[in-house]
Each structure stands twice: as structure tokens, then as C-alpha cells.
Design a protein around this ligand. Structure first.
Ligand code: HEM
Length: 326
């Protein structure tokens, strides 16, 4: 082969590799495969939130909610299907682990459509782009010893410091004593539109009525799975309540980067209503479909168009559903 042909052949091969790598980086299926691998490739579970409890309840809007959003769910009380979960695809993860997000997914049913929020116990996500998330999950793939390569994880964190903010936030706080004892953030910046066409940018969070964390001694005394039993006992006495709060953005607050928290203490906040979790539902109620936070939004509530982590959630969740159904 001539030198020129070899050179062109090499360049073409490199171009192919780059194209393949680029396509793969933005492929939600690759991210989901990475999520499953990082948790040990368990069958029949979610790519994240694999361990969890399905629930039912209701959402009662606050009297001022309609001044912010025309969503019908902010006009009258609606029934709710919800799910508490532990982050990640390992269904055997211990409830005692600190740097794992607890999740709260909420489907508020409506006559003309549902309103879904899929939220976590931290104000920030662990990656700002799909490509970064793919690498984040890939470096966590367990090796032959069943553990990720600590050096690789360290090097990735050093090169991508914003991906460490979520774990730092969780590590600085106690392990929640209950799924119902911690606040949950929808993380992305939403746009709320009222009937008059006025818009406001807001980050939404469910604020627990009964916040509680465990001391180190209390944590030591717990078994690996205690949230489900605690919830059963709690709900036998009455509903677990959360206020849905809109933290209102100011010019300059990022809408595109879910690894950056807004300074909530310096922002105005409005309560949109109260979520009451009343009872445990059979898993089948939650397993039949996914909580899709992108597609299932009514008029009056919109996700961010400039946050690349928002739109990709819908196809990623669909891949996970099809895989766990097989
Ligand atoms: C702020 C960003 C995010 C938050 C707050 C979040 C939170 C959650 C929670 C709480 C669950 C459990 C859902 C359930 O109980 O059924 C979940 C599931 C899942 N998440 Fe996310 N997530 C975020 C971003 C992403 C992104 C960017 C991806 C991938 C590109 C992703 C992939 C998944 C997948 C595949 C599932 C499993 C869905 C299913 O099988 O039903 N998430 N997420």
C-alpha cells in the first residue's frame, strides 16, 4: 500500500472512530447500559431507583398556585401515584449509604393529562452533559473484584470537579431517618406560565413536613433495609406530607446546568401545594410504566430547553422500561 493510501485509510478509520465515539456519547441507550453495569447488571429492575416503594396519595394546591401556573393540577385536588427509591440500579443497595440520592417520583393525575416530577434528595445532579454522564457511569463499572477502579474514579473527578458536588452535598448531611424525612428537588429550572401569559423561572422542591436525619450511632443500629418498614409504620398513623415549593429564579441564575445550585436562601419562594402520601401501593402500579418528567407535563409547566440533561431523560427512561420488561 502506498504511503498516501495508508495515510488516508488511517484518517478515515480515525474519523469513523470519532464519529462512533461521538454518537455513542450522546446515545441515551449507552448511558442506560452504563447505569445498569455500574449497579451490577441486575435483571428486571430500573436503571436508577431500582430499590423502592410504590405509593398513593393526593396533591392539594395552595390558594396562590394558580397565580404562578395555569396547570389544572394547581386548580383543584388531584390523586397521586408516587414512588420513593434509592439511586442506582442495584436493588440490594443499603438504605444506610450516605452518598446515594433518595428519590421521590410523583405522578399527579389530571383529566387532560398528568403532571410528573422525578426528584432527588439533593439540589444538584452529578453531570452537566450527557457525554459527561456517560463517562461518570462508565468509570464506575465494577472490575473483576466487583469494585470500580478507584484510580479511574479519582482521575475522572479531578478532571470533572462539578460531578463531585452532589456526593459532597450528601456527605455533608446525615442519612435520612425516613424516605419521608428529607427534601427532594426536581433540580432542573422550570418555566411556570399563568393564565395571563406571565412566566417565571423556578426550581421546584418537595419540602418534608417531618425532616429527620440519623446520628452515627442510630445509623449503626439499623439493618441494611429499614425504609420500607419505617414507611409502613408511619403511614399507619397518618399521611406523610411534603410542600411543593417553587424557588423563583433571578436574572443570571443558570437554567442550563443541573450541577449548579441556586442560592435558595437569597431567593423568593412560593408554596404551590401539599403532597400527602397516604398508603403503599403494589409495585405493579409503579412498574407498569415509567415516571417520565419530560413528556408528562401540562400547559403552564415547562422544562428547560437549554439544559441538555432534561430532554435526554425521556428516551433514557424508555430504554430502561423496555429492558426491565424483558
Ligand atoms: C436532575 C436530573 C435527574 C433526576 C432528579 C433523576 C431522578 C431519578 C429518579 C428519582 C428515578 C427513579 C424513578 C422511579 O421511581 O421509577 C430515576 C430513574 C431513572 N433515571 Fe433519572 N434522574 C435524573 C437524570 C437522569 C438522566 C440525565 C438520565 C439518563 C440520561 C437518567 C436515567 C434514569 C433512568 C434510565 C431511570 C430508570 C427509569 C425506569 O426504568 O422507569 N436520569 N431518575
Amino acid at each position: 500500500m502506498s504511503r498516501t493510501r495508508a495515510l488516508f485509510g488511517g484518517l478515515a478509520a480515525t474519523a469513523c472512530l470519532l464519529t462512533a465515539a461521538h454518537a455513542e456519547e450522546t446515545d441515551p441507550a449507552a448511558i442506560v447500559a452504563g447505569q445498569f453495569a455500574a449497579g451490577g447488571n441486575h435483571a428486571g429492575v430500573r436503571a436508577s431507583g431500582a430499590k423502592g416503594v410504590c405509593l398513593k396519595g393526593s396533591f392539594a394546591p395552595a390558594s396562590g398556585a394558580a397565580t404562578l401556573s395555569k396547570a389544572p393540577h394547581f386548580a383543584k385536588e388531584v390523586p397521586v401515584t408516587a414512588r420513593f427509591s434509592m439511586g442506582g440500579s442495584n436493588p440490594k443497595v443499603s438504605d444506610k449509604v450516605k452518598p446515594v440520592t433518595r428519590g421521590l417520583s410523583v405522578r399527579m393525575s389530571g383529566e387532560a393529562g398528568d403532571m410528573v416530577f422525578v426528584t432527588i434528595s439533593a439540589p444538584v445532579f452529578s453531570a452537566k452533559t450527557p457525554a459527561q454522564l456517560l463517562e461518570f457511569v462508565r468509570v464506575r463499572a465494577p472490575g473483576p473484584d466487583g469494585k470500580p477502579d478507584a484510580e479511574k474514579v479519582k482521575a475522572f473527578a479531578a478532571a470533572n470537579p462539578e460531578t463531585t458536588r452532589q456526593a459532597a452535598w450528601l456527605n455533608a448531611r446525615p442519612v435520612p431517618a425516613s424516605f419521608a424525612g428529607v427534601d427532594y428537588w426536581a433540580v432542573h429550572a422550570y418555566t411556570l406560565t399563568n393564565a395571563g401569559g406571565e412566566t417565571k423561572t423556578a426550581r421546584l422542591k418537595f419540602v418534608a413536613a417531618d425532616k429527620a436525619g440519623l446520628s452515627d450511632d442510630e445509623l449503626k443500629a439499623k439493618p441494611d433495609s429499614f425504609y420500607a418498614d419505617e414507611l409502613k409504620e408511619r403511614l399507619a398513623k397518618g399521611p406523610a406530607k411534603f410542600d411543593l415549593v417553587a424557588v423563583l429564579g433571578q436574572p443570571g441564575d443558570t437554567t442550563s446546568d443541573p450541577t449548579v445550585a441556586w442560592p435558595e436562601d437569597e431567593r423568593k419562594a412560593e408554596t404551590l401545594g401539599t403532597l400527602s402520601i397516604t398508603a403503599i401501593e403494589p409495585d405493579a402500579t409503579c412498574d407498569a410504566r415509567t415516571f417520565d418528567p419530560v413528556v408528562d407535563l401540562p400547559e403552564g409547566v415547562a422544562g428547560p430547553s437549554d439544559d441538555p440533561m432534561f430532554a435526554i431523560r425521556s428516551p433514557a427512561y424508555a430504554v430502561s422500561v423496555s429492558r426491565r420488561a424483558n
